[in-house]
Design a protein around this ligand. Sequence first.
Ligand code: NAD
Ligand code: NAG
Ligand code: NAG
Ligand code: NAG
Length: 391
Amino acid sequence: MDVVNTKRRSRILIAAFLTTVFIIIFRLSPEHNSHSVFSRHELGVTHVLVTGGAGYIGSHAALRLLKDSYRVTIVDNLSRGNLGAVKILQELFPEPGRLQFIYADLGDAKMVDKIFKENAFDAVMHFAAVAYVGESTLEPLRYYHNITSNTLVVLEAMAAHNVKTLIYSSTCATYGEPKKMPITEETPQIPINPYGKAKKMSEDIIIDFSKTTGMAVMILRYFNVIGSDPEGRLGEAPRPELREHGRISGACFDAARGIVPGLKVRGTDYNTADGTCIRDYIDVTDLVDAHVLALANAKPGKVGIYNVGTGKGRSVKEFVEACKKATGVNIKVKYLSRRPGDYAEVFSDPSKISRELNWTAQHTDLQESLQIAWRWQKSHMKGYGPPMATA
Ligand SMILES: NC(=O)c1ccc[n+]([C@@H]2O[C@H](COP(=O)([O-])OP(=O)(O)OC[C@H]3O[C@@H](n4cnc5c(N)ncnc54)[C@H](O)[C@@H]3O)[C@@H](O)[C@H]2O)c1
Ligand SMILES: *[C@@H]1O[C@H](CO)[C@@H](O)[C@H](O)[C@H]1NC(C)=O
Ligand SMILES: *[C@@H]1O[C@H](CO)[C@@H](O)[C@H](O)[C@H]1NC(C)=O
Ligand SMILES: *[C@@H]1O[C@H](CO)[C@@H](O)[C@H](O)[C@H]1NC(C)=O
């Protein structure tokens, strides 16, 4: 009898959850908002379109923008993001005119144009993308389509509707495998995988376009992003099916939770101090600070290009040690041979952004950043997923 009750209860919960989802999607659909404050420019209010705002970095950026009194529209098709993150933002900022969510695919140029027509954006932060190096080598077209081609769609809509400020999410993967470290903004960009190439192409398109339009552009090339909201409201929750392509922090947390038997470290014979790869990890709180500064400092007719990293490289072994301490779990580590396409050492020279935008990493501490992220992971075993799934 208990089993039957539990089954019925979970069915009711699922139904309730789905109803909520549809109500939210309906309430926040663009039709519903077409005559709202979102469609008018307002003196003293900057309205930012955050593409990919249901994703990991985009949701953290939206939270920060809302806290700083920006007006925010999130466009996301939830292919990789989480409605749960949007819901939390809605609960934190329920006042009219603060945040709206539009469910749409950036590949749909007509729809994107309609969104720009019906909303008065002052600036765009373009996060939406697919973002796994390994996946990009297996499905290159997915990357050129959802990164390069979709960026073109966004630019065309910006041109058609006279939106003149763009903050673009780029990546250190556009540099490929430079001979000299640290990487400066002048380091030649020779990407070695479709992800890096698609991002580099987007950068080129944006730069060429800006020359003819007087757009204010900031291109931020992030290094390896870790961490989550220090107040525990948001976290990183990629689709389970993307786990195999996942990043090291996700793999480390999965191992700590026991979802996977251990952490696989690929490559111990690199030409580095301890033989493992070296990367430059940057906390998402610092990264979001950089976006807000970039937005405030964007100038018409200018393209600012900045590395966003700490300038310090940390080895995978160091990362694993920090992860063990942060989670308190003695994670099993399996050392394997190299993964094709990985480069030994990547770290940034962040002096340009420090000089020009007065930005330095203030919140990045490998162990502390991982500890904050772990706290969220531990209390969200199923990510943002249906609440009954965690019960
Ligand atoms: N995470 C990192 O370490 C890292 C490093 C460098 C650069 N970046 C860049 O930062 C940005 C955000 O990355 P993230 O880690 O938050 O990824 P994410 O997958 O968590 O978020 C991307 C979001 O974009 C949405 N999206 C994708 N295609 C879309 C489409 N066609 N229409 C509408 N929405 C769509 C997804 O649903 C998702 O919510 C990306 O541009 C990525 O390339 C990330
Ligand atoms: C999201 O957009 C992509 C195109 O970029 C599309 O192929 C996919 O089906 C969409 N996913 C959803 C859930 O709408
Ligand atoms: C990306 O583009 C491909 C088409 O190349 C499509 O099949 C896929 O669903 C798109 N969306 C995502 C999120 O990958
Ligand atoms: C630069 O940033 C620091 C720390 O974030 C801040 O205390 C300082 O006032 C800033 N300086 C200027 C000139 O804006």
